[in-house]
Design a protein around this ligand. Structure first.
Ligand code: IMP
Length: 422
């Protein structure tokens, strides 16, 4: 399979979990390289639903090594719960999961600050998942974060935590929030540290040993291109690099060892949280919600929905170096008479065929649409490319061409068997 980076080419929730699961079949190692438990990857195996937040979905296949890399921020309590949840469903975790000792730890004051800052922002809020992701990455950049290597050494951890809680309690008090009890947090985190110790290791060395053996590595992205801290619709973004470069910094595997980049995109567009979504449209949103689709895997929030935005996906292809695309949720469009695709943006008389960086300008932009005839036929049972209705194939070819990438996978449902290699 070669070393493959998989990224979301839109605003997250592109259906990456399923594509990762499919590609994992040929990988030896699967690595998560950024984000935290703000992500929710849903995978169905034989009708059993699994929702993964921190652990790579490779864990659902036997004998795949799964790595949580140095670029991830880990809420240890939530990771323990995730491991226990998988065990109960009969998934083997021990011996297959490796957690970077330099990944940063998400602490209760991160979550509390995340929530308080959102309240303070009022109508300008980001709409975060309230998992403490922004403050945890903030501490990492400010060099006051605690890492997994600290968590598994009780004395060191407790000493650092005491200082951090003292400082953060002052901030929480200023917000009018309740201060945290050092003893309570310390106890819960040390317990999680004891549980997780056996998984914590030097994952950079582990990955380079795998490379030396010629093994294939899949780098699974979380969130999407337009939630990237550098390339997304700032400030309505997450706090990590969700684009392809993040796979290198978040794992310690250098760029020249990467062989290809696969971009995952829905056949339409969705977003959770605030911020511009140029093709947002009630017609498609109401239809998808009425079908029971497009509710967030992590927060259960209804996702905002819109037509396929090729200005965005072209930009994603550019910043990620996407070679191939996987288009998901095609069956969500089965009932439509006409399908719109955004081919440019317009603000007054000015037209843009790229994504403007100015967030106010982007918010003003209106989509310029091309229209495609709907196929009005169920596609969820299609197994091969030629099983898809000709109008559906034409639509998929068109969005791939507009996105400047080669169509690689067409996905017509959540199951592994609903995957068409083009
Ligand atoms: P945070 O990552 O919780 O700080 O949230 C920042 C923004 O990213 C918010 O708009 C979230 O809704 C969005 N976000 C974070 N994680 C995901 C995800 O996994 N899928 C989709 N949106 C996400």
């Amino acid at each position: 399979m070669a070393n493959t980076i998989l990224v979301g080419a839109q605003w997250g929730d592109e259906g990456k979990g399923k594509i990762i699961d499919v590609l994992t079949e040929e990988a030896d190692v699967v690595v998560r390289t950024q984000g935290g438990n703000n992500a929710g990857h849903t995978v169905f195996v034989k009708k059993q639903k699994y929702v993964l937040h921190l652990i790579p979905s490779g864990i659902l296949r036997r004998n795949k090594r799964c790595v949580i890399g140095n670029g991830v921020v880990i809420d240890p309590i939530s990771l323990v719960e995730e491991i226990e949840g998988l065990r109960k469903l009969g998934v083997k975790v021990d011996g297959n999961l490796f957690v970077s000792e330099t990944a940063h730890v998400v602490l209760p004051y991160h979550r509390e600050l995340d929530a308080q800052r959102e309240v303070l922002k009022g109508k300008d809020r980001i709409g975060t998942t309230k998992r403490g992701i922004g403050p945890a990455y903030g501490d990492k950049a400010a060099r006051v974060g605690l890492r997994m290597i600290d968590l598994i050494q009780p004395e060191r951890f407790s000493a650092q935590l005491r200082t951090r809680i003292r400082e953060n309690n002052e901030v929480l008090k200023a917000f009018g929030a309740r201060p945290l009890s050092f003893e309570k947090v310390n106890r819960a985190y040390l317990e999680a540290g004891r549980y997780l110790k056996r998984f914590v290791t030097n994952t950079v060395v582990l990955l380079h040993e795998a490379l030396l053996r010629g093994e294939d590595i899949l780098f699974e992205g979380a969130q999407g291109t337009f939630l990237d801290i550098d390339h997304g619709t700032y400030p309505f973004v997450t706090s990590s690099n969700t684009t392809a470069g993040g796979a290198c910094t978040g794992s310690g595997v250098p760029p020249h060892r990467m062989d290809r980049v696969v971009g995952v995109m829905k056949a339409y567009t969705t977003r959770v949280g605030e911020g511009p979504l140029p093709t947002e449209d009630a017609e498609i949103g109401d239809m998808l919600h009425a079908m029971g689709r497009e509710f967030g895997a992590t927060t259960g929030r209804p996702r905002r929905c819109g037509w396929f935005d090729s200005v965005a996906t072209r930009h994603a292809a550019m910043v990620n170096g996407i070679d191939e695309i996987a288009v998901t949720n095609i069956d969500g469009l089965d009932a439509l008479e006409t399908i719109k695709v955004c081919v440019a943006y317009r603000d007054g008389r000015k037209q843009y065929d790229y994504m403007p960086n100015d967030i106010e300008l982007l918010s003003r932009c209106r989509p310029v649409y091309a229209e495609f005839p709907g196929w009005k036929t169920p596609t969820h049972k299609a197994k091969r490319w030629k099983d898809l209705p000709p109008k559906c194939r034409a639509y998929l070819k068109a969005i791939a061409e507009l996105s400047c990438a080669r169509l690689f996978i067409a996905s017509v449902g959540p199951g592994r068997e609903q995957t068409i290699f083009v």
